[in-house]
Design a protein around this ligand. Structure first.
Ligand SMILES: Cc1cc2nc3c(=O)[nH]c(=O)nc-3n(C[C@H](O)[C@H](O)[C@H](O)COP(=O)(O)OP(=O)(O)OC[C@H]3O[C@@H](n4cnc5c(N)ncnc54)[C@H](O)[C@@H]3O)c2cc1C
Length: 393
C-alpha cells in the first residue's frame, strides 16, 4: 500500500517536463535557501502591492505558475480540464483574503456567485471554497463568537448583511448543484462561523452535503465539536459536511493564548494533532452515511489510513468520502488515490498576483518550515525527472 502513494509516474503524468523543471527549481529554492525565500517574499509583497511591473511578472512566472490555476476563471480552464482528464476534481479557491469594507464584501460575494455559475457548467468542478472573513468584518465575527456584541443597530445590521450574503451564496450553490467548503480560520471566529454554517446546512444538506464546515484537528476541542455537530444534525435528518484539516494558524493560536493567559487550545505535540486527526477520519468514516467528509491533508499516513479503511469495506465509490490536496503539492497522493478510483481533488487558487500573494507567501513559509515538505516534494520531482530522462534514452 505504501508504495502506491509514491509512484511518481502516476503522480506527475499530468505535468510536462518543463512544468516539472520549474517546480523542482522552486522547491529547491525553498529547501536550500529558506531565509532567502522568506526575505524575498516580504520584499515581494511590497513590490507587488506597489504594482511594480517586474515584481508581478517574476512572481507570475515562478511561484504563481506552480501553485495557482489562473488569473480568472476562464484562465483556469486548461488546468481544470487537465486535472479532470486524470480523474482529479477541482475545488475552486478564489484568492480573497480577509476584506474590510462593505464594498469589498459585496464584490467578493459577486466573485463567489460567478464561481458557482462557472462550476455549475464544468463537471470537473463540484465544489468552491470560501473564507467567511472575505464576507464579514473580523471584529464582528469575533464579537458574535464570544458573545460580546453590543447589539447596536449598526452591529445588528452588519450581521444581517453577512447572513444575507452567505445565504445568497449557499442558495445559488444548491440550485447549481455545487458544494461549498467553508474554510476554518482563527479559533476565536469559529463560533460565529459555526452558527452561519450550521444554519445553512440545516436548510440545504437535506439530501446530500452542499455546505461543508472545516474541523481543525490541532485544536483540542475539535473532536467534541465535530461529534456535537454530527449529533445535532443527524437528529434532524441532516447530513453534516466536514472538511478535516490539521490547522494552519498554530503560531497565532499559541501567541493569543499566551497574551490573554488562557490554556493553549492547540495539542501540545505534533503526535497529539496526528492522533486527533486520524481519530476524526475514523469517526467520519464510521458515520459516512450521515457525514460527507474530506480528508484534506498532505500527510501520507493519514491518507493511507483512510485508503485502507475504504479498501477493507469496498467503498471506493462512496460519494461521502473524499481526499484533497493543494494544487502544486503532494501530487503523489492526489493522483495515486485517483488512479485507485477514489474521489480525489485539488484546491485550485486563482486570482490576480496581488490577491494571491499572501497565499503564495504561506506556501513558501510552510515549505521552508521544519516539516521538510520542500525536500519531500523536491526528491519526488527529481525522481520523476530522472525516470523520464532514462525512459527517453
Ligand atoms: C485541501 C486543504 C484545505 C485546507 N483548508 C484549511 C482550512 O480551511 N483551515 C486551516 O486552518 N487549514 C487548512 N488547510 C491547511 C492545513 O490545516 C494544514 O496546515 C496543512 O495541510 C499541513 O498539515 P497536513 O495535515 O497536510 O500535514 P502535516 O505536515 O503532517 O502536519 C502539519 C500540521 O501539523 C500541526 N502541527 C505541526 N507541529 C505541531 C506541534 N508541535 N503541535 C501540534 N500540532 C502541530 C499543524 O496543524 C501543522 O500545520 C488545508 C489544507 C488542505 C490540503
Amino acid at each position: 500500500m505504501q508504495e502506491l502513494l509514491t509512484n511518481t509516474k502516476t503522480a506527475f503524468k499530468y505535468k510536462s517536463t518543463s512544468d516539472l523543471k520549474l517546480a523542482k527549481w522552486i522547491y529547491g529554492l525553498m529547501h536550500q535557501y529558506p531565509d532567502l525565500v522568506l526575505g524575498l517574499s516580504k520584499v515581494g509583497m511590497t513590490a507587488v502591492e506597489w504594482r511594480l511591473p517586474f515584481a508581478g511578472h517574476i512572481v507570475y512566472n515562478t511561484f504563481y505558475k506552480v501553485f495557482c490555476g489562473g488569473k480568472d476563471l476562464e484562465d483556469c480552464i486548461p488546468v481544470i480540464n487537465n486535472l479532470h482528464e486524470h480523474s482529479v476534481l477541482t475545488v475552486l479557491d478564489y484568492g480573497a483574503e480577509a476584506k474590510d469594507t462593505e464594498k469589498e464584501y459585496e464584490a467578493v460575494t459577486q466573485e463567489f456567485l460567478k464561481a458557482i455559475r462557472f462550476a455549475g457548467k464544468h463537471k470537473g468542478v463540484p465544489i468552491i471554497s470560501l473564507k467567511i472573513t472575505a464576507l464579514a468584518d473580523f471584529d464582528l465575527l469575533e464579537a458574535y463568537s464570544n458573545g460580546s456584541t453590543s447589539k447596536s443597530n449598526h452591529q445588528v445590521d452588519a450581521w444581517n448583511r453577512v447572513k444575507e450574503r452567505f445565504e445568497l451564496i449557499c442558495k445559488s450553490a444548491y440550485k447549481a448543484d455545487v458544494s461549498i467548503f467553508v474554510d476554518a480560520e482563527e479559533s476565536w471566529l469559529q463560533g460565529a462561523i459555526d452558527s452561519l454554517v450550521l444554519a445553512m446546512m440545516k436548510k440545504y444538506n437535506t439530501k446530500k452535503a452542499v455546505i461543508y464546515n472545516t474541523y481543525q484537528m490541532y485544536l483540542k476541542s475539535s473532536m467534541n465539536r465535530l461529534q456535537k455537530h454530527h449529533h445535532e444534525l443527524s437528529g434532524l435528518g441532516i447530513i453534516l459536511g466536514a472538511k478535516n484539516v490539521r490547522g494552519a494558524y498554530m503560531e497565532k493560536e499559541s501567541a493569543r493564548a499566551k497574551k490573554f493567559g488562557y490554556e493553549d487550545p492547540v495539542h501540545t505535540s505534533k503526535t497529539g494533532t496526528d492522533n486527533a486527526y486520524n481519530k476524526s477520519i475514523g469517526y467520519c468514516f464510521e458515520n459516512r452515511e450521515e457525514i460527507a467528509f474530506c480528508c484534506a491533508t498532505h500527510n501520507r499516513e493519514s491518507c493511507i489510513l483512510l485508503l485502507e479503511l475504504v479498501k477493507q469495506h469496498g467503498v471506493e465509490n462512496h460519494p461521502n468520502v473524499m481526499f484533497c490536496q493543494l494544487y502544486g503539492m503532494s501530487d503523489n497522493l492526489t493522483f495515486n488515490l485517483a488512479a485507485q478510483g477514489l474521489k480525489s481533488m485539488k484546491y485550485l487558487p486563482y486570482g490576480s498576483v496581488e490577491n494571491t500573494f499572501p497565499y503564495l507567501v504561506r506556501r513558501a513559509q510552510e515549505n521552508t518550515s521544519v516539516t521538510n515538505d520542500a525536500s519531500r516534494e523536491y526528491l519526488m520531482i527529481s525522481k520523476e525527472l530522472d525516470r523520464r530522462e532514462k525512459a527517453e534514452k
